[in-house]
Design a protein around this ligand. Sequence first.
Ligand code: DQA
Length: 141
Amino acid sequence: MNQKIVIINGPNLNLLGHREPDIYGDQNFESYLSQLQALYPNVALSFFQSNIEGEIIDQLQAVGFDCDGIILNAAAYTHTSVGIGDAVRAISTPVVEVHLSNTLSREEFRHHSFIAPHAKGVIIGFGLLSYELALRSFISE
Ligand code: DQA
């Protein structure tokens, strides 16, 4: 059976590949997504990115009652957004929070997540592999 998994990326992640490559790597997300889709042909993967907090909330509400899993990297909003945390809590689809970098080894303000208490789980620090690990957590169910 095809599972429907949605990846949602937050602010500045559209710059992956260019932005601070020493922290976030040198691959852009679109090319990684093609690789991931090829590795998991039986998963219906879709992808949404926005730099705007309200658009991320709208997307969580739009997909969060009928897909099988959401992989969410809310980027900087992770550490600031009560609204995104509330949206994750409000929807019925399980959410796995991911980060490319190990946020706990970085500045203190990155240590807190408004999403983690409402997430099924959290995967941090494995670069783009964090997304595949999150995906595997859904398909191994
Ligand atoms: C990030 C970590 C956040 O602290 C940061 O604001 C990002 C990216 C990550 O994937 O490592 O933009 O979510």
